[in-house]
Design a protein around this ligand. Sequence first.
Ligand code: NAD
Length: 254
Amino acid sequence: TGRLAGKVALITGGAGGCGLAASELFAAEGAKVGIVDLPRSKGDDVARRLREAGHDVIFAPADVSDAEQVENCVKAVTDAFGPITVLMNHAGILAAVPFLETSEEEWDRIMAVNVKSMFLVSKAVLPGMIEAGGGSVICTSSISAVVGTPMEVLYCTSKGACHMFARALAVEFRDRNIRSNAVCPGFIATAHGLREIELLTKNGVDVSEEAIAAAQGRLCRPDEVAKAALFLASDDASFVNGAHLFADNAYTAI
Ligand code: NAD
C-alpha cells in the first residue's frame, strides 16, 4: 500500500540531506528503494535501518559522475528489485567561490557531479523503464537555475542545465509513458545548504537569517522537498510532465 506501491525507485544522493528524506518517504509510501550514494556515505546504515523497519531498501554505492560505477549501481538495484520506474536524480555538490578564483578542475567537477551524472544515470535506467511500460524521472534543480547568486556562477550554470535536462527528456520520452520533471528548492537546512550559507557569508554575500527570511520566509525542510518529489513520482502527477516545481515559498515569484 502507499502512493508508490509497486514502484522501484533509485535515488542518487539518497543517503544524505533531501535525498535521505526522499529515501525514507518513498519507502514509507511502498516503493522498493535503491539508495545510490558515495561509498563513504551513510548509505549502508540508512538502508539497514529502513529494512529493519520492514521496507525493501538496498544501498548501491557509486560516484554518479563515473560511468562504470553508475552501470554497476543500476544493475545492483535492478537485480534486487526489477526495473526502475522512479528515478530521482538528486546528488549534487555546490561551489561558492568568486568567479575569477574558480579553477578549471572545479568547473569540471561540478559539471560532472551535477550534470553529467543525470546523463549517465538516466541513460542506464531508461531502457529498463521503457520496457517496464514507463515511469517518472525527477531531477533536483534549484532556485539557482533561474536566479543568479554572486559567487555561484558554476553552481547556477549546472542547475540551469539540470532544469533543461528535465524538460527536454520529458519531450523526447512522453510517447513512451515516461514523465520527467524538476523539483526546485530554495535554501534548505541540510549539510549542503548550511555550507552554502557559510561560504556565501565568507565571500560577503548577505545570507543572514534576516536575508533568508526576506527571500523565502525561512529555510526549507528536507521533507518539504521529498514531499514535492513524491508528488512528481506518484501517479497523482500522471499528466504533469516537463514541469519545474518550485519548493521555495515564492522566492522566485517575487
Ligand atoms: P546534501 O549535501 O545534504 O546531500 C547530498 C547527497 O549527495 C549526500 O549524501 C552526498 O554524499 C551525495 N553525493 C554527493 N556527490 C555525490 C556523487 N558524486 N555520487 C553520489 N552521491 C553523491 O545535499 P542536499 O541539500 O540534499 O542537496 C543535494 C541536491 O539538492 C543537489 O542537487 C543540490 O543542488 C540541490 N539543492 C540543494 C539546496 C540546498 O540549499 N541544500 C537548494 C537547492 C537545491
